[in-house]
Structure formats: C-alpha cells, structure tokens
Write a protein that binds this ligand. Structure first.
Ligand code: ATP
Ligand code: MG
Length: 431
C-alpha cells in the first residue's frame, strides 16, 4: 500500500522542533504577562463572511488563499487565514469593549492556500497582539515596541523596523485616485498582476515584487504626500516616541499592508536572514474594523509575527552566535536522572521508583530496553542526565541504590530504594 503523506504546505513539528517552539512560546508568554496582555483563544473555523467582511474581498487572502468549504449543515466555513478578524468578532460577540480597553494576544495555526517555499506554508503559525480601544500615537509606539522587544529578548539581530502611514480613509481615497491616474498613464510598463490591481486594489501595487514595477514606482506619487495634517502629525508622534525608546526605524513610503482594514500606522519588521520571505512581523492600526464587524466605533492596533520565519531567523542566529540568547533557546533539555535497570524484580522496582520521582517533580528517563548494563550506561551518558542510578536484582535485595553523578561534580550517594524522598533530596542539593 502506498505511504500516506501530509498535505502540501502542511508541516509536522517533530520533537526536536517542538522543544524549540515551546521555549520561544514561553518567552513570548512571559513577555506578554509583564506587559499586561492577556491571551484569547478563538476557534480555527469561522463563518466565511467574517473574513470576507473583515479582510476585504479584493485582497489576495480572501480572493485566492482561503480554505473554504460548506459543512454538513450547508454553512460556509473558512479555516482562519489570520487572527485579527476572529479576535474582533469574539470581543464584539462577548461585549468585552464595555469593560474598557482590551489588550490581547493569541497564538496558533493559520491557513492560506499559497505556494509553499522556505518561510511560506499553507498551515503556518502566528503569535499576534491586538489592542482595542486605544487611538493615541503613543499606543502605536508601545505596541510596536512589544514586537521589537520580544524579538530582542529572543536574541534576534539583523532586524529592521519599517513604518509608514496609510492615513485616514479620505487620505487614501485621495491618494488612490492620484496613483491610479499616474499609473494608468504608464500602464504599458506594469506587470500583468499590477495591471489587474489597478482597478481592484491599486494600493497593493506598491507592494509588487516585480522589479520593473518597483522601478516605475520609485517615481510615483507617495502616500505621505497625500496625508492630511492630522495624519502627518500622528506619524510624526509615533516616530518621536520610537526615538525616545531608542528603537531604530526607517520610514518606507511604499509599505502597505495586505489587508484592507489598516489606517494610519503600518509597520513591518524584516530580517536580513530570510531572503524573499523577509517579513517576520507585520501590523498596524485598524480603526474601522470593529465597526465593520458590527461593534461600536473602536480604534485598534495590532501585529502578527510568523513563527516559522522567526524559527528560521533564530536558527541562523544560533549558529552564527553559539553563546547568545538564541542559541540557548535551541539547547536540548536533559533529564535529571537516568535510571539504568535490568532483571525481573529490578525492572518492576525501577518502574515504581520512576513514577514516584516524577510525581515528586524530578524528570526521569527510565531505560526500557532490557539491554545489558554496559549498553544502558552508554545511553545514560548520551542522555545528558546529571545523575544516573543502577537498579539490578542485587540492589532490590539490598533495598539500596547508588546515585552517580554524570555531568556534575558531586559525591556518589547510597540511598534507600524504598525512600524516594532521599533520592529527591540528593538531586536537589546537587543542582
Ligand atoms: P507576505 O507578504 O510574506 O505574504 P503577509 O502580508 O501576507 O506576508 P500578514 O498577513 O501580515 O502577512 O501575516 C503576518 C506574518 O505572518 C508575516 O509577516 C509572516 O511572518 C507570517 N506569514 C504570513 N503568511 C505566511 C505563510 N503562508 N507561511 C508562513 N508565514 C506566513
Ligand atoms: Mg501573504
């Protein structure tokens, strides 16, 4: 029978990777706790209309990347392609905005039908932050700092923060017609994709990866030029707060976000380690979205960070800098104690002891091979455990076992097999 494979673009995380992911997630969780941000978990499956309304029909995500189907009750469902629309839906549905500002984070899988390549999958994972009910330029800077500092705590270097303003919807309308006029007069120089976007979503042309289009755009009118005074001032304030925090940034007037609901501040954090898929984190302000999804008018800002791309950056960082913070995140976790055991009575006694020690908080690797002592000792050495203990039938008869230090400087100790607390005591005094 032919062997089954995971779907294209759907990737398994094997234990060696999960270990690293958990370390990164733990750092993120602690970072959010320190920052007064609480976790929200929403379903992976939502009604298709949420994304059609919340992201916009003209975007790539809704237009061609969604996993949508009808369920057995004929409901139109979509596997979430991003987190923001779901978080807003949930906050509105549960009336959380009546309790004031919501500072939330989420993490988990997202689904987009894209062409898989390094840093681009069909099931990928994001960690994201959403602040609802805040409108000040200072909150923009604070939210950007949250992303920047998380990457810094993780030990990532070679990052660049780019910011831009998308202005108000009036600013964008004004700019859109200016840009369309300008580009329409030069449409013979546009790539086919961009030509199509001229009518559907012209601002996305700014984001085109086509080199010739990019060259043409260098001459095009910029969004900054079309900003109202209020929008210009907001952007300037964000810049001055970032400067106050010593966070380096570059204004990129061609930075637009893929999703329709953004306004004012938009930003991306890119890495020089990622090639074509350089954006690790992207976000911005989306003041219109809550209302668009049926909630009260509520300003909001957020970002989402791609875990797969972050892990690629961390791995590059760890090999370039083996003593840095990123490298320590990728270190393996060894057990406290490796239990070598052989013989009928000994194996039963080892099973009991391993269980007692684990419930007492000690991490124990119980050798289950039944192999000779020599082989088991070799495995104990390789396991990275700090201690090992041998249980043979002799030890069971005597009721005593010997704890031997493996990777640490300590004395060998004899302890009572029937008294796991004495084993715990030895392990704890010699950490
Ligand atoms: P891109 O231009 O790379 O497609 P995007 O603008 O579609 O990115 P967002 O919707 O802003 O991406 O998502 C935020 C982050 O999630 C991205 O910066 C990236 O790190 C990650 N991401 C997005 N799509 C994928 C994907 N298909 N596979 C892996 N990571 C992704
Ligand atoms: Mg995309």
């Amino acid at each position: 029978m032919s062997q089954l494979q995971s779907l294209r673009g759907m990737v398994d995380l094997l234990p060696v990777q999960t270990r690293r992911w958990q370390a990164v997630e733990a750092v993120a969780r602690a970072h959010f706790r320190r920052s007064g941000i609480e976790e929200i978990r929403t379903p992976l499956l939502e009604v298709t209309d949420l994304f059609a309304r919340g992201i916009g029909e003209a975007t790539d995500v809704v237009g061609k990347e969604m996993y949508s189907f009808q369920d057995r009750g004929d409901r139109f469902c979509t596997l979430r392609p991003e987190g923001t629309a779901s978080v807003v839906r949930s906050v509105v549905q549960h009336g959380l905005l009546s309790q004031g500002t919501q500072k939330l984070w989420y993490g988990g899988p997202m689904f987009r039908y894209e062409r898989p390549q390094a840093g681009r999958q069909r099931q990928f994972h994001q960690i994201g932050v959403e602040w609802l009910g805040v409108s000040s330029a200072r909150s923009d800077a604070e939210v950007i700092a949250l992303a920047w500092d998380l990457l810094e705590v993780l030990g990532v270097s070679g990052l660049e923060l780019q910011i831009n303003s998308l202005g108000t919807s009036e600013d964008r309308q004004r700019y859109r017609s200016e840009l369309v006029d300008w580009l329409a007069a030069r449409s013979d120089q546009l790539d086919p994709d961009s030509k199509q976007r001229l009518s559907s979503n012209p601002l996305r042309i700014l984001d085109s990866k086509n080199p010739q289009t990019q060259k043409l755009l260098a001459e095009a009118p910029t969004l900054l030029g079309a900003l109202s005074e209020e929008s210009t001032q907001h952007l300037q304030l964000v810049q001055s707060y970032l400067a106050d925090m010593d966070i380096p940034f570059r204004v990129n007037t061609r930075l637009v976000r893929g999703l329709d609901y953004y306004c004012h501040t938009a930003f991306e954090i890119t890495s020089d380690q990622l090639g074509a898929q350089a954006t690790v984190c992207g976000g911005g302000r989306y003041d219109g979205l809550v209302q668009q999804l049926g909630g009260p008018p509520t300003p909001a800002i957020g970002w989402a960070l791609g875990m797969e791309r972050l892990m690629l950056v961390l791995e590059a960082e760890a090999s370039a800098n083996p003593d840095g913070a990123a490298a320590s995140l990728t270190a393996t976790c060894a057990p406290d104690l490796y239990l070598v055991n052989r013989g009928e009575q000994a194996e039963a006694a080892a099973l009991v002891l391993a269980r007692q020690l684990r419930t007492a908080g000690v991490s124990v690797e119980l050798d289950g091979s039944g192999a000779g002592f020599g082989k088991q000792f070799k495995r104990a050495d390789r396991s990275g455990a700090r201690w090992t203990a041998v249980i043979g039938d002799e030890e069971v008869e005597a009721g005593q076992i010997r704890l031997k230090p493996l990777l640490i400087q300590a004395e060998e100790q004899q302890v009572d097999l029937k008294d796991p607390s004495s084993v715990v005591a030895v392990l704890q005094t010699n950490t």
